[in-house]
Ligand binder design. Structure first.
Ligand code: KG4
Ligand code: ZN
Length: 343
């Protein structure tokens, strides 16, 4: 099955060509960061407009890089949600129109389903596994028993981890997106410089909260007044990152123990974080747990990640209908249950 995949849920337009749900022939991404950076975050209307401009040439470029023509594409996959509805609609409308014109099936995939299955493009991770999805919009723990079989174990009750990174960076006067900047600064800083709280760790459940941590950073910055210099910024970055990673790690370990799972997949943009990777690797090694991270290009938003689920659903005879709409708020556990089975 030769699949064209399209992702446009936020501020990256992405197109991939993937064979048999595993072999990536092209995986192209156009980031809109430069456009949104001056506003300190993603501006939805600008995002939609940029997707509209980028999508046609990007599909052409992906086909050329893959060395295939449109005639050879057998199905189209697209992110249906969650995300910015105007941004999602660009991808969904394009995918539907293309599939209709070519008379090939198309399928709407859940964005987080893409993230937590992306690892399968690089190495086969046996089911069941625990997935920690950490991105700009999500901090969720799922039990993954197979493609389409997900159980939500815990989630953030307020901000997502990536959102907290971005907001703290903004407080420190650092550019958007803040995650990669804080990651770089944290390497130079002293993580024991400030002890930020670890919210929800004492609660027995598997939920997260990052809003209070963010407020503590703000209070600390305000207390410094004009003493906030480059060294202090690096210490705050290191201390904040350590606090986020600590909470993510402790809750993930708790979930793995509760579910009796020995494999952990960390996915989404925040899974690029070097401190997070190191801490998870060290601790999981001590605890005899296997931890997997996709390559950075497959952690952040991309279209190839949609192919794993799309290929499987299409092979089961499922596909989406022409009236499929984008869904800005779509729980993962409901995804995969709404397809029309054609065979
Ligand atoms: O998965 P993703 O590309 O898009 C969403 O689905 O949200 O994740 C983007 C998020 C942003 O909040 C960004 O700051 C964060 O991932 N991020 C990082 C790093 N790289 C990206 N956070 C911490 N450390 C990083 N190295
Ligand atoms: Zn994402």
């Amino acid at each position: 099955m030769l699949l064209l995949a399209i992702e446009s849920s936020c501020d990256e337009t992405a197109v991939a060509v993937v064979r048999n749900g595993r072999e990536i022939l092209a995986n192209l991404i156009i980031s809109q960061i430069d456009i949104h950076a001056r506003f300190g975050g993603v501006v939805p209307e600008l995002a939609s407009r940029q997707h509209l401009q980028a999508i046609c040439p990007l599909v052409d470029a992906a086909l050329a890089e893959a060395g295939v023509t449109l005639d050879q594409i057998e199905a189209v996959a697209v992110t249906r949600g969650p995300g910015l509805v105007g941004a999602l609609l660009v991808g969904v409308s394009y995918a539907k129109a293309l599939a209709f014109a070519r008379q090939i099936p198309f399928i709407g995939v859940h964005h987080i389903e893409g993230h937590i299955l992306a690892i399968q493009l690089e190495q086969e991770v046996a089911y069941p596994y625990l997935a920690l999805a950490v991105s700009g919009g999500h901090s969720h723990l799922f039990r993954v028993d197979g493609i389409g079989e997900y159980r939500l174990l815990g989630r953030t009750i307020d901000d997502a981890a990536g959102e907290a990174f971005d907001k703290v960076a903004k407080m420190l006067g650092l550019p958007y997106p803040g995650g990669p900047v804080i990651d770089r600064l944290a390497i130079q800083g002293d993580a024991s410089g400030v002890r930020f709280p670890r919210p929800m760790l004492k609660k027995a459940n598997l939920d997260f909260s990052f809003s209070g941590m963010k407020t503590s950073v703000l209070t600390y910055i305000e207390s410094l007044g004009d003493q906030l210099d480059e060294n202090k910024i690096a210490d705050i970055a290191a201390s904040f990152q350590e606090a986020v990673v600590d909470v993510l790690l402790q809750k993930t370990l708790r979930a793995a123990r509760a579910e009796g799972l020995s494999r952990i997949v960390v996915a989404g943009g925040v899974a690029c974080n070097s401190g997070l990777r190191q801490e998870f690797l060290n601790t999981c090694c001590k605890e005899s747990l296997d931890v997997y991270f996709p390559s950075p290009v497959l952690c952040g938003d991309n279209a190839a990640m949609l192919a794993v689920a799309a290929d499987e659903y299409l092979a089961r005879g499922a596909c989406s209908c022409n009236d499929l709409n984008a869904v800005s708020n779509w729980p993962l556990v409901e995804a995969g249950q709404e397809f029309v089975v054609t065979t």
